[in-house]
Design a protein around this ligand. Structure first.
Ligand code: SF4
Ligand code: SF4
Length: 86
């Protein structure tokens, strides 16, 4: 199934699954993680917590501020998003 999402023109290209997350934003633009679904009661992206960080030139999650939330969304681990970019 094809899905079209809009991302910042400076967003990094999505890495391969298992490589370090680079904040490309694709996963959260398409669908929400369990934390986002619980917070916003929606499953389809883009997630309202997805924000562009111009200084870092990457997307960040505005909900992932504490250790607990960062662990829940597996922040800092490898990319687990299997979507293909055309
Ligand atoms: S986990 Fe999401 S934001 Fe991170 S690299 Fe993968 S698709 Fe991009
Ligand atoms: S809560 Fe954060 S990690 Fe989860 S979908 Fe939204 S932006 Fe992405």
């Amino acid at each position: 199934m094809d899905i079209t999402v809009t991302l910042h023109e400076q967003a990094p290209l999505k890495p391969r699954v298992g490589e370090s997350c680079n904040g490309c934003g694709l996963c959260c633009a398409v669908t929400l993680c369990p934390l986002g679904r619980l917070r916003f009661w929606q499953a389809k992206g883009p997630c309202p917590a997805l924000a562009w960080d111009q200084n870092a030139t990457r997307y960040v999650c505005t909900l992932a501020k504490g250790r607990w939330t960062r662990r829940w969304i597996a922040a800092g681990t490898g990319c687990d998003c299997s979507y293909q970019v055309d």
